[in-house]
Design a protein around this ligand. Sequence first.
Ligand SMILES: [Zn+2]
Ligand SMILES: [Zn+2]
Length: 121
Amino acid sequence: MKCPKCNSDVETIAFDEVKIERCTSCQGLWFQTGELEYLRKETWMADYILDDGDPKVGKKFNRIVAIHCPECGDDMRQEFDEEQPHIVYETCPNGHGTFLDAGEFTDLVHKTFWDRFKRAR
Ligand SMILES: [Zn+2]
Ligand SMILES: [Zn+2]
């Protein structure tokens, strides 16, 4: 498959039974349905392997919003994260997956971590 944003090759990162595609150029991440929910709970993984792209590059590519699902070719929908509306990502309307720009995954899981911390007090 090719990166839906910049059309470069993607590499597969396997983690347990979860396989994430990462773009070799813009470092965006493609999550299949369910994988994102699963990985959000594993906050330590954001630092470990997944999202080491340059957030500045991610911001640049974040402005590209007219992208197509790499599985079915349909226009992807922009969605705001419920907990962190400043994070916008693209999701396939047919449920194939979600694309996050470099840095967005880290942002997502870390904020979630701190939000939980605040709630616990
Ligand atoms: Zn890319
Ligand atoms: Zn699709």
